[in-house]
Write a protein that binds this ligand. Structure first.
Ligand SMILES: NC(=O)c1ccc[n+]([C@@H]2O[C@H](COP(=O)([O-])OP(=O)(O)OC[C@H]3O[C@@H](n4cnc5c(N)ncnc54)[C@H](O)[C@@H]3O)[C@@H](O)[C@H]2O)c1
Length: 261
């Protein structure tokens, strides 16, 4: 009998992962399902989200797809209802959905600012409050926010994203304090550069600013490589399980050494 097995066991738990259709969110959905959780893959992209849910089921796990745009607060309640009706509760929420298009500050429109903030920050806050009732009755409820090293070290061309992630860091701490009496832990994983479809498109060669930044970014990573989505997912799994039972309001940086260099 493996004495560590219980610490990684999410059987009987239900998780909602936003942006679970690809990239980091997909990897987190797969890891949580691998630990036995029933996983609701929340995504605005139906084909991507359905494919991840299908894969989990084909591999013997429990999963459902929930179509949702986290920027649309009206969809939060219906998404939480769909999960709790489908799986009988909600124990784990992963606020992963995020967008990070490059735009020089002087070219950033109020519309772009609002879009980024409404997905990365406002969506995470209001979805967490919509889910809190169920997380609270779980007794071992946990929220994992996906922040970013951009909250601590700006690269340029990303002020809107950097501001949203810095605020998400403080949101993690604020809600950790407020939710501790409810037995809901709130932590954040802080990824560095991770090779995902979103990162490829944000750092794509078509925008000179972005491709120059991508090169400079890589050179500042002591481990000299981008991370994989699963390297973030393993830490999200840690923050979702009893392995981290006494952690709340914590930030776990997973960046190949980028922030200390
Ligand atoms: N990739 C990186 O280098 C990196 C670094 C630091 C932080 N992050 C953060 O990790 C998270 C995931 O990033 P990624 O690189 O996997 O992105 P990605 O673009 O590869 O995947 C994002 C997923 O979120 C979904 N999504 C986007 N907007 C949504 C919305 N409004 N509602 C619901 N779903 C939505 C997309 O459809 C997609 O499936 C983001 O919060 C991002 O800021 C990424």
């Amino acid at each position: 009998m493996n004495p560590n097995a219980d610490l990684l066991n999410l059987r009987e738990k239900v998780a909602l992962v936003t942006g679970g259709g690809m990239g980091i969110g997909e990897a987190i959905a797969l890891r949580l399902a691998g630990a036995g959780a029933a996983v609701a893959v929340g995504d605005v992209n139906a084909s991507a989200g359905n494919a991840v849910a299908r894969r989990i089921v084909e591999e013997g796990g429990r999963a459902m797809f929930v179509q949702m745009d986290v920027a649309d607060l009206a969809q939060h309640r219906s998404a939480v209802d769909a999960v709790t009706h489908g799986f009988g509760g909600l124990d784990l929420l992963v606020n992963n959905a995020g967008v990070f298009p490059f735009s020089p500050a002087v070219d950033t429109t109020p519309e772009l600012w609002d879009r980024v903030l409404s997905i990365n920050l406002r969506g995470a806050f209001f979805l967490t409050t919509a889910a809190a009732r169920y997380l609270r009755s779980s007794g071992t409820g946990a929220v994992v926010n996906v922040a970013s090293v951009d909250a601590f070290r700006p690269t340029g061309g990303h002020a809107h994203n950097d501001a949203s992630k810095a605020a998400l860091v403080m949101l993690t701490r604020s809600l950790a304090v407020e939710f501790a009496p409810l037995k809901i832990r709130v932590n954040a994983v802080v990824p560095g550069g991770i090779d995902t479809p979103g990162a490829r498109s944000a750092m794509g060669g078509s925008v000179p600013l972005a491709s120059n930044l991508a090169e400079a970014f890589l050179q500042r990573i002591p481990m000299h490589r981008m991370g994989t989505p699963d390297e973030i997912a393993r830490v999200a799994l840690f923050l979702a399980t009893p392995l981290s039972a006494y952690m709340t309001g914590a930030l776990v940086v997973v960046d190949g050494g980028y922030l200390v260099a």
